[in-house]
Design a protein around this ligand. Structure first.
Ligand code: SF4
Length: 892
């Protein structure tokens, strides 16, 4: 392991699919200094605030450090034996179809490869799927249908060289921040235009030249009209179409049926004819076009059709695989692409091979496999529904939290209790999944502790390198599988000494009997020795033996369809899986917040990241909120046919009328009553199996909260499950924000009971004001606080959290704590915008009113936006808001 004096270790960020290079310098005490890797071509040294805060997430607090069987510590020997016996028992009694593996885009390629090989080649288990099914499966299906393989044609460099970047269903400013800044740099440097197609106005809209707030689900209508206009205006690349594609006539005929004229296109999309015309003009006139798309396209019951509609336009114009041209699916997870490469999706076998008899035989021979899966398995949603029906009896979950993220998450969580064998490989002890009755917990190495490979959204393979020792008995996930495989008599096939040996085998399989038939071929890396693996530089696939890597593909054809031609697709008329009704009149859209990641098991530890959004909120258009009787800052109950949640409401002009938006990050391990995917519907895309997570009909009703409060403590405190609350990491411990429909006195008394009787004596109350306070000091340090009142005072709570993080408070400050009033001058400065420097909206507004006219000037005045840049779109929005305020308001 590196020592404190060691040079930075070059690795990659574990969050989004941008795949930024990170330079981590261990401090010798279990932590590390984090910086962007200036040599990594994905980010050139930049990191967003999530990546930059990775150093705050390395503590061992909450880590799973030892194997557990039925909640009791066990040895690895016992745990591996328990899993092996359980798998053998289920397979003997019910056959391999009663077993499933649920993998993750957080796994490294080597982990994925070993799990896939074990399940499909040695157990005969075909139900192997991954959380990537919820993320980008529609892009995979769209690529395979059009190109013959799941191959992203372009690279990030094309964003630097594009004349037009079209973002579809992608809040890139928050979800792929470093790439979004790259797009903004191109806009400033070369005048690249940016069009943002999204029902919501988001932070991304602030950096766009044209915002198209399209009706949910209607993206294909817009691209159908675009395809018609491409043909009508003679913008078809006739040579490319003639030489390298098929299906244009049929695709065009269907496009014309879906959008016969601009009036129909406008009616269906909800866009103005002028905006549609402006978009079409930009697409046709600007030669270099990159279309980036992510969850707004993928997480749809017609996601594959949406992808097809986008690809049709690029194929018809030949804008693919050339500098500055091409469709670019922005992957959500750090190694979703790696999972696709190894065959971690239920409808792929291995190394981009399918379930044809010839391919099954090829993989069988390569693995020398005794029991091959012979057919496609169930995709994620159907897999968990089979668990619900009792058909699947054994499940091994690796590095993911399906009890939070699957649609109908409460029902899926309950279904896990039916399993005869439920194994979870995890880095943390408590998640909603581990708490759902897991029989065996296997401690996994976390980011910074394990070695392997990841592939980002542009097909770039990079090394993730260890820079910390593995704690306790944690092991890489591939070793979990290896130990079980050995117990089942497959030791020889899984005798890997290290990650490098697994990667060599994976690379060799990609080239095995390939001869150009499969675009995924990294045979050039099949002979990497330990040193070459260790020092591997980021590189694009394909990288065939004896050839150079190929960053761009398809400009000269070379598609892997049977005829070698790309297929333009006649897409279906778009419609949502489920329409709104009188009972459920709003459409719920779910997504990410800027500074959180997935179910918060890592980002939830970072103090810096907790500040941007301290609690989950429901965004509503102000008119809808008013109509529903919900005040901004009040609380709402959201209910669908499948479940419900209680969230604080915020009003947002960017949320369309008739819609609502809620983040999916919060769960029972981090909050109460905030499991948003409990409500989402299970309808899936018929090609990709991806669920429609962005359009669930819901009913929203106001809830009158009688009190709100804050608890600060040095250690986590179990909260009652009926209490709406959210936990956040703060300097020195944890804060819990809560709200209840019960009177403050009652709630305060209940929480005091939870804390123990000695605290009751220290509590102060002001019954007339219905304010109740507990503040415990150890010498001059505030060690615990519990404040309950009719309404939460943001200024007081900010000050209190700050006071809690300090080693000592003077007498005046201690009095201020006890009095429940911040010292003079404490004012509510509004939401936090810049997490790096802790700058709130009020401070930025003051700077703008004092003359800061652009983002740079705001940065120079108050530092906001001058570090990682993640908040720059929000600063731009504040500047725009100030500009558009009536003069008397702005001057006030
Ligand atoms: Fe990590 Fe941010 Fe880069 Fe994504 S954009 S890889 S979250 S640093």
């Amino acid at each position: 392991m590196p020592t404190a004096a060691a040079a930075p270790v070059k690795t990659t960020c574990p969050y989004c699919g941008v795949g930024c290079g990170v330079a981590a310098t261990p401090d010798g005490q279990g932590g590390a200094l984090i910086a962007g890797d200036t040599s990594h071509p994905a980010n050139h040294g930049k990191l967003c605030v999530k990546g930059a805060s990775l150093g705050e997430t390395l503590s061992l607090e909450g880590r799973l450090l030892h194997p557990m069987i039925h909640g009791q510590r066990a040895s690895w020997n016992q745990a591996a034996g328990f899993v092996a016996n359980g798998l053998r028992r289920v397979i003997d009694r019910h056959g391999p179809d009663a077993v499933a593996f649920y993998l993750s885009g957080q796994l490294l390629t080597e982990d994925y490869y070993v799990a896939n090989k074990f399940a499909k080649g040695f157990l005969g288990v075909r139900h192997v799927d991954t959380n990537s099914r919820l993320c980008m499966a529609s892009s995979v299906a769209g690529h395979r249908r059009a190109f013959g393989s799941d191959t992203v044609p372009n690279t990030y460099e094309d964003l630097d060289e594009a004349d037009l970047i079209v973002l579809v269903g992608s809040n890139a400013a928050w979800c792929h921040p470093v790439l979004f800044q790259r797009m903004q740099a191109a806009r400033e440097r070369r005048g690249t235009k940016i069009v943002n197609i999204d029902p919501r106005r988001t932070a991304t809209s602030e950096g766009a030249d044209l915002q198209l707030s399209i009706r949910p689900g209607m993206d294909s209508v817009l691209f159908s009209w675009l395809l018609s206009e491409i043909a009508a205006r003679g913008a078809v690349d006739e040579a490319f179409v003639a030489n390298h594609t098929e299906g244009l006539a049929e695709a065009l005929e269907r496009a014309r049926a879906i959008a016969p004229d601009i009036v129909t296109a406008a009616t269906k999309t909800g866009l103005s004819q002028e905006d549609i015309a402006a978009f079409v003009d930009l697409f046709i006139d600007r030669q270099r076009v990159v279309t980036c798309y992510s969850q707004g396209v993928n997480q749809s019951a017609q996601g594959t059709e949406k992808v097809g509609a986008i690809l049709n336009c690029h194929l018809a114009t030949g804008r693919i695989g050339r500098p500055g041209c091409g469709p670019l699916s922005l992957t959500g997870q750090p190694n979703a692409m790696g999972g696709r490469e190894v065959g971690g999706l239920a409808n792929m076998l291995a190394a981009h091979m399918n379930y044809t008899p010839a391919e099954i035989d090829r993989v069988r021979r390569f693995w020398n496999a005794p029991r091959m899966a012979e057919a496609e398995g169930l995709k994620a949603v159907q897999m968990f529904e089979a668990i619900e029906r009792g058909e699947i009896k054994a499940l091994w979950v690796m590095h993911t939290n399906p009890a939070v993220t699957l649609p109908r998450a409460d029902a899926m969580r309950a279904a896990l209790r039916k399993l005869d064998l439920f194994v979870v490989s995890e880095a943390v002890t408590r998640t909603d999944t581990t708490a759902a009755g897991a029989h065996v917990l296997l401690p996994a190495a976390a980011w910074g502790e394990k070695d392997g490979i990841v592939t980002n959204s542009e097909r770039r393979i990079s090394r993730q390198r260890a820079f910390l020792a593995m704690p306790g008995e944690a092991r890489p996930d591939w070793e979990h599988v290896q130990l079980v495989a050995q117990r089942m008599g497959f030791g020889e096939a899984f005798a890997y000494p290290d990650a490098a040996s697994i990667f060599r085998e994976h690379a060799a399989l990609s080239a095995f009997e390939n001869e150009g038939a499969r675009s995924f071929d990294i045979g050039a890396m099949a002979g990497l020795d330990a040193v070459a693996y260790d020092t591997l530089q980021p590189v694009h696939w394909p990288w065939r033996a004896g050839e150079a890597p190929r960053p761009r593909l398809f400009a000269e054809g070379g598609f892997t369809t049977p005829g070698g031609r790309a297929r333009l697709v006649a897409i279906a008329e778009p419609e949502l899986a489920e329409a709104v009704s009188d009972e459920y009149p709003l459409l719920l859209n779910t997504g990410r917040m800027r500074d959180q990641w997935h179910s918060m098991t890592r980002t939830g530890k970072a103090r810096t990241l907790a500040r941007h959004a301290a609690e989950p909120t429901l965004s509503l258009h102000p008119e809808d909120a008013s109509r529903l009787g919900i005040a901004a800052g009040g609380y709402a109950r959201i209910a669908s046919r499948h479940g419900e949640a209680t969230l604080r409401a915020v009003t947002d002009e960017g949320t369309p009328r008739g819609a609502a938006f809620a983040p999916f990050h919060w769960n029972d391990a981090t909050s109460g009553l905030a499991r948003v995917d409990a409500m989402t519907q299970p309808h899936t895309d018929r090609f990709s199996g991806q669920p429609e997570l962005k359009a669930t009909p819901v009913r929203v009703t106001p809830i009158a909260m009688a009190c709100e409060g804050l608890m600060l403590s040095r250690r986590p405190i179990e909260m009652p499950s009926w209490l709406a609350h959210s936990r956040l990491t703060v300097p020195g411990g944890e804060a819990v924000l809560f709200a209840s429909p019960h009177a403050p006195q009652k709630v305060h008394a209940l929480l005091l009971n939870l804390l123990g009787s000695e605290h009751r004596r220290a509590a102060l109350s002001d019954p007339a004001a219905e304010a109740f306070r507990l503040a415990v000091f150890e010498e001059d340090r505030l060690s615990m606080a519990l404040f309950t009142a009719r309404e939460r005072s943001a200024a007081m709570f900010d000050w209190l959290i700050d006071a809690f993080g300090r080693d000592s408070l003077d007498t005046a400050e201690q009095r201020a704590v006890l009095a429940g009033r911040p010292p003079a001058g404490g004012a509510d400065l509004g939401p936090l915008i810049c997490a790096c420097f802790g700058v709130r909206r009020g401070v930025i507004t003051e700077a703008i009113r004092a003359g800061a006219a652009d983002v740079e000037a705001v940065g120079a005045a108050v530092k906001a936006g001058s570090n990682c840049g993640s908040c720059r779109p929000e600063i731009r929005r504040v500047i725009n808001d100030e500009r558009h305020k009536p003069a008397h308001t702005a001057a006030a």
